[in-house]
Design a protein around this ligand. Structure first.
Ligand code: UDP
Length: 193
């Protein structure tokens, strides 16, 4: 697969359309997948945190989120096709999931925020099944992991802010059989309105 290096981070060469096509295939085949949408903040942070850098190397997809990353890739003479924002990707996945009858788990944000976000999902993405949700202010992950293991959702959105969300996914992914795991930062706040 084609990779583009921007300041030490290896990005996958995808536009939003081709990415969704690839992800639809993975999800419908039940293939466990870890995707990171990396903005300039993440790129700069990864330069200082080796553990985080190694985690991102292990991700199945690292996608450029932010015009700064696209601009950087152009200046380096190896342009990436386009920005794919985490929030937009989440909405595209919910939309596709609504058509395909996928299920999703929502982990992160304040309790009232994730509840509101889930309410919005029920209204806006009717065909999608909500497998469960939990706020992002927890210490012990055991109950959450058990819930996800039992529900086997197709999509797992983790919105506890970077770098914690990617570290959480990396730490627990081995315990799950399937699902697309993606860190989506403050996206539940936007979805909650
Ligand atoms: N958050 C959380 N648990 C925490 C700290 C933050 O669930 O311990 C949530 C917070 O409520 C917000 C999101 O994580 O919904 C962080 O959003 P932000 O826009 O700061 O994302 P970042 O740019 O840090 O990834």
């Amino acid at each position: 697969r084609k990779k583009i290096n921007v300041l030490g981070m290896e990005f996958d060469y995808y536009n939003a359309y081709d990415l969704m096509k690839a992800l639809r295939g993975k999800i419908n085949r039940g293939k466990k997948t870890f995707l990171v949408t990396a903005n300039p903040e993440i790129v700069m942070y990864a330069r200082k945190d080796e553990e985080y850098r190694e985690i991102l190397k292990d991700a199945d997809y690292v996608i450029a989120d932010g015009t700064g990353v696209i601009l950087g890739s152009k200046m380096l003479g190896t342009p990436l096709p386009e920005r794919v924002a985490g929030y937009d990707l989440m909405c595209s996945l919910l939309e596709a999931g609504s058509r395909e009858g996928w299920s999703a788990y929502f982990l992160g944000a304040k309790k009232e925020v994730v509840e509101k976000a889930v309410d919005t999902v029920h209204v806006k993405y009717k065909g999608l099944k909500v497998a469960g949700y939990h706020d992002g202010y927890f210490k012990n992950s055991d109950a959450i992991v058990a819930e996800i293991k039992a529900a086997k959702p197709d999509l797992i959105f983790v919105a506890v802010g970077f770098p914690r969300q990617e570290k959480w996914i990396y730490e627990h992914m081995g315990e799950f059989e399937k699902g697309l795991f993606i860190g989506v930062g403050g996206s539940f706040d936007v979805l909650a309105g």
